[in-house]
Design a protein around this ligand. Sequence first.
Ligand SMILES: [Zn+2]
Ligand SMILES: [Zn+2]
Length: 75
Amino acid sequence: MARCTRTTGLQVHHKNRAGGNDLGNAEVLCTKCHEATSTYGAPGASPPEFTEETKRKALERAGHRCECPRTGGCH
Ligand SMILES: [Zn+2]
Ligand SMILES: [Zn+2]
């Protein structure tokens, strides 16, 4: 079981910084996985925030757990 399925500390991550704030650009990640993304904290323009509704839908879609697809050594 390598995939992260954390259910706490979830944040809605922008898959693509230039991808806007639609549900299709949203990925639910736990804090650890979010920090492990290559774009986290990188300089440059921040993408537009997701609306509360989009965040809620993303969390529902993810089953309220981390969607990190990276296996092995993400964190
Ligand atoms: Zn995670
Ligand atoms: Zn991860």
